[in-house]
Write a protein that binds this ligand. Sequence first.
Ligand code: FAD
Length: 504
Amino acid sequence: MQPALIKTIVIVGGGTSGWMTATALATILKGRYQIKLVESDDIGIIGVGEATIPMIQLFNKIIGIDENDFVRATQGTFKLGIEFVNWGQLGDRYMHGFGKIGQDLWTTRFDQYWRKMRALGRAQPLEQYSITRMAAKANKFMPATDEVANSPLNHIAHAYHFDANLYARYLRGIAEQRGVQRIEGKIVHVSQREPDGHVDAVQLESGARVEGDFFIDCSGFRGLLIEETLKTGYEPWTHWLPCDRALAVPCSSAPRLLPYTRATAHKAGWQWRIPLQHRIGNGHVYCSQFISDDEAAATLLSNLDGKPLADPRPIRFTTGMRKQGWNKNVVAIGLSSGFLEPLESTSIHLIQSAIQRLINFFPDQGFNPVDIKEYNRQSRFEIERIRDFVILHYKVNQRSDAEFWKACAAMSVPDTLAHKIELYRARGRVLRIDDELFTEDGWLQVLEGQNQPVEAYNPLADLQPTDDTAAYLESVRTVIAKCVNVMPDHEAYIAKHCAAAKVN
Ligand code: FAD
């Protein structure tokens, strides 16, 4: 018997993941399938998730949206990286900037020459060889341009900060125009067919039944289909990422509109600061084993740059991943598929890459177990490598002022991460495994920014005469400084290209 043709796709949930999935599928599938999205106004969306990484530009390109229009509609700002405060030791400050560090010219990586010259006192701090870090520091922004050949201006990599509620609304407008049918209502029952247990419909409080052949679970942490119905199971990572709560609060804007996210480590967690055009998004992610909710709230409120615009909103979570992102005829995307705290702003990226994978393994007729297995293998690989990168920030700290940080420094980490740290400590080598998300330059910036000692540099850096190496580093540094000089101020760039309507 031929497996049944898939005709109707039902997306459960209308948060960032639901509307990103709906918009992408409506664009790519070009009306060949019926797409329905069910969301409940009463339940609402999580509404945090305001910082992104540069890959989101690819998503915008696929769905065909104009950058300025999107930034304007979401009260967005531009993001060149994340500044980490107090992560190595109290008082430390470094940035993980997007894009390249330096310019590869000779045999080994740029940072190996830098390391050699730094030891000789003939190199400046690493940040001075990164255009995004220097631009962020100077509060400058412009997108990459290829108008000047071989210029660092070609390498500016940027992402966005945006209001998650406005983003969902913006995408909804596009998805509905492209044929997605939105159904408002609370799902009270999920029905499964015999004999294979595939989901065949969701039933709303109103009594209406929404039937489908293929279901995408974007229902948030609860995982209405993937967990509550299919009992897929969850793999917790709290032994490596023990933070389990967050408090989120917006505050009024501060005078300078910074082109970067800030992550400030506190006593038992860390605080995010995300500048938007109309407000600043803030939140304190913390470990309830080491700090009370009241103290966490007090810490958050005493570290705001503006007046709080609401009471702190509590959120609870368990870091980890769903054992299978795809089970039977249900694919979990977004919070229903797992959660890593937002330290490196990766959740929205994970939504985007799950959509890409779904497209790569799109089931036209029935469901092929081989495809499902490969989808799940790739999902696991991706999130585990990101997990390691997030754990790295906790593991390589030298803070002796707080029990939480001492416990993080002492914890054992996944073998994959231990191997990377070991490689780095020996010869400053940074490793990117297959096509994992974070680049060598990303790993380098965190390891170096958090004071990890390196025994020696790659001996091949000695193949170049020392004076030539010094001159080479200096030329990279001065060209970057000149480029940053001509870049516009971040706020001026927004005012000219994508200022949103003022909110009172
Ligand atoms: P939700 O937004 O929770 O949406 C769930 C949807 O399901 C809603 O529409 C709801 O109405 C619907 N639903 C649920 N149950 C039912 C039902 N019974 N009937 C009908 N509808 C139902 N990500 C980043 O990339 N960058 C960040 O800076 C970032 N910061 C974060 C900070 C915190 C504290 C947290 C917790 C997350 C953060 N994230 C961040 C992650 C990001 O918020 C999520 O990945 C993103 O918002 C996607 O959420 P979602 O759509 O999966 O779930």
